[in-house]
Design a protein around this ligand. Structure first.
Ligand code: GUN
Length: 299
């Protein structure tokens, strides 16, 4: 199988982390010790894996990290009072509350309670507004990771038709905002399709760059894309498998059939996933610099 068209997210993520490490060292020389606090409510297995990976990435780059685990039955008030404490702790630069939250807690209320200056996800409405206006405080991690992959592999977005399948607040909407910016690494014509879109294949087939972010395993088939398309697969879905774990990870794209057909494609795992964490590291350093009146290098 020819694998020359596979975009290696691990490699791109490493190049971002190498850059971030230099920024961490420079901040430390100025007496700033970047610190990220991650809050996880409950024991969702996938969230536990992500949170552990975030902690490990911090450790490797010399970023202080703290993970706070709350019981799955924790009340909204309990979480809000924890956030209040973190908001007021000058040693905590970044706060990330892992989503999804249990159903007794309102995600949006929690997001809005985080001090926007410490919002490393770019989820707070204030930061979403700044992004939409073209003057972002930080960039949304997963969409920014997608842009980094395109940059690294010199895949131009200017004037291209980018079709995003999925309209979530975490990926679809911010990716559309980022890629339509008046900016050398954006300037795309963006279409956002979703579960209610009529005749989806007629739209996805127009994509020069297709971003799949719908959370449905292997949903994008070969007959939904054109041959010169670059496919970016944001999905990470667990499907049953006959192995030790009992599952394997697949994306939103039917990789085995689409990969040989298209121009370029990201794999799952090893594509966009590692980028999200690398960009989170970048954002932690960016907010630490900003909170100390220093010019950030990563936005
Ligand atoms: N859950 C899935 N992806 C994310 C993310 O990027 N940030 C947070 N906070 N929760 C998530």
């Amino acid at each position: 199988m020819n694998e020359d068209n596979i975009l290696n997210g691990k490699k791109v993520a490493q190049s971002v982390k190498d850059r971030v490490k230099i920024q961490v060292d420079k901040l430390k020389e100025k007496g700033v010790n970047p610190q990220l606090t991650v809050v996880l409510v409950g024991k969702d297995p996938a969230s536990q894996v992500y949170v552990r990976m975030k902690g490990k990435a911090c450790e490797k780059l010399g970023i202080l990290s703290n993970t706070i685990l709350l019981d799955k039955n924790a009340s909204e008030d309990e979480l809000l009072s924890l956030i209040h404490k973190l908001n007021n702790d000058v040693n905590v630069h970044g706060i990330l509350v892992q989503l999804p939250l249990p159903k007794q807690i309102n995600d949006q209320k929690v997001i809005e309670y985080i001090n926007p200056q410490k919002d490393v996800d770019c989820f707070h409405p204030h930061n979403v507004g700044l992004l939409v206006n073209g003057s972002p405080y930080v960039l949304p991690c997963t969409p920014a990771g997608v842009v980094e992959i395109l940059k690294y592999y010199k895949i131009d977005t200017e004037g291209k038709h980018v079709v995003i399948v999925g309209r979530s607040n975490i990926v679809g909407k911010p990716a559309a905002n980022l890629l339509m910016q008046k900016n050398r690494f954006a300037n795309a014509t963006v279409t956002v399709a979703h579960s209610r879109t009529k005749d989806l294949p007629s739209i996805t087939k127009q994509a020069d760059i297709l971003i799949a972010a719908i959370g449905m395993p292997q949903f994008i088939k070969k007959d939904m894309v054109k041959a010169d398309c670059t496919v970016i697969d944001v999905g990470t879905n667990r499907i049953d498998a006959d192995n030790e774990k009992g599952y394997r990870l697949v994306g939103d794209v039917d990789f085995d059939n689409v990969q040989p057909f298209v121009e370029k494609i990201t794999p799952v795992p090893g594509g966009v996933g590692p980028m999200t964490i690398a960009m989170l590291m970048q954002n932690t350093v960016t907010v630490a610099a900003r909170q100390n009146g220093l010019e950030p290098e990563g936005v």
